[in-house]
Design a protein around this ligand. Structure first.
Ligand code: NAD
Length: 241
């Protein structure tokens, strides 16, 4: 039996939903009946999905997108903190301190800022579902991706802290730690790098954006009452803990 979720009457915000994983999450939530608002630094021509130009690393830009979303929808039931970037592979020794800080900003501090601004409205409504996009890198510590790995480990710890802080409310906070997912980023790898990456996967393939979106839908659903402060694996069997 296929389980289908019904998100009618729910408003969802997806950061970084213009392309890649976030776009698939926005599409799946929309198809399941949610009113979807995407907050992204890039624009995209999306039917049935409201686009808000927003830089999640700027608290003022987040405040503006939040104001616009609330004036259109009146509430936010679901927050998917998906915007992130793993660009720039360098050893710790070769890393530029400014670039390192920027990666922490886009991958970790933005999750704190967006959540801190949205949360009061969920608290007032006594309902919310928050899903943060972490990474297997945050569990393993990927060589030459130290800032990204450290930021994603931070997202995991932030999720655990906030999940516990809100456990007595009807707000659930979880994160997902995906291994390689078939997006533009992966298609830009050299055939050798791609082969090396897939060799580590027991399934010998990357995950798809649709597979990931289905996990998000479960965590964002009203039926998800018991899971909070948890990390969900999406690595096709690669994670060993
Ligand atoms: P992507 O680069 O294809 O898309 C990222 C989206 O975020 C884009 O729409 C981009 O415009 C937006 N964005 C970037 N900076 C922003 C900012 N400052 N403000 C607002 N929006 C911004 O990436 P993706 O592969 O779809 O990854 C999505 C998330 O999943 C990221 O958090 C990433 O770290 C995580 N992830 C991806 C993979 C993978 O293999 N693709 C694996 C593990 C985790």
């Amino acid at each position: 039996m296929t389980t289908r979720f019904d998100f009618s009457g729910r408003t969802a915000v997806v950061t970084g939903g213009a392309r890649g994983i976030g776009r698939a999450i926005a599409d799946h939530l929309n198809a399941a009946g949610a009113e979807v608002h995407v907050w992204d630094i890039e624009d995209a021509d999306r039917r049935d999905i409201r686009m808000h130009q927003c830089d999640v690393t700027s608290p003022a830009s987040v405040a503006a997108a939040l104001g616009d979303t609330l004036s259109e929808a009146g509430k936010i039931d679901i927050l998917i903190n998906n915007a992130g970037s793993g660009r720039g592979s360098r050893s710790v020794l070769d890393s530029d301190p400014g670039d390192w800080r920027n990666l922490i900003e886009i991958n970790l501090l933005s999750v704190f800022d967006v959540t801190r601004q949205v949360l009061p409205y969920m608290m007032a409504a006594s309902y919310g579902r928050v899903v943060n996009m972490a990474s297997l890198a945050g569990m393993e510590g990927t060589p030459n991706l130290s800032a990204y790995s450290a930021a994603k480990a931070g997202v995991i710890a932030l999720t655990k802290s906030l999940g516990k802080e809100l456990a007595l409310t009807d707000i659930r906070v979880n994160c997902i730690a995906p291994g390689p997912i078939d997006t533009e980023l992966l298609q830009q790898l050299s055939p050798e790098d791609l082969e090396r990456m897939l060799a580590k996967s027991p399934m010998k393939r990357p995950g798809s954006v649709d597979e990931l979106a289905r996990i998000v839908l479960f965590l964002a659903a009203e039926d998800n009452t018991l899971n909070t402060g948890a990390v969900f694996d999406a690595s096709g069997g690669r994670a060993v803990y």
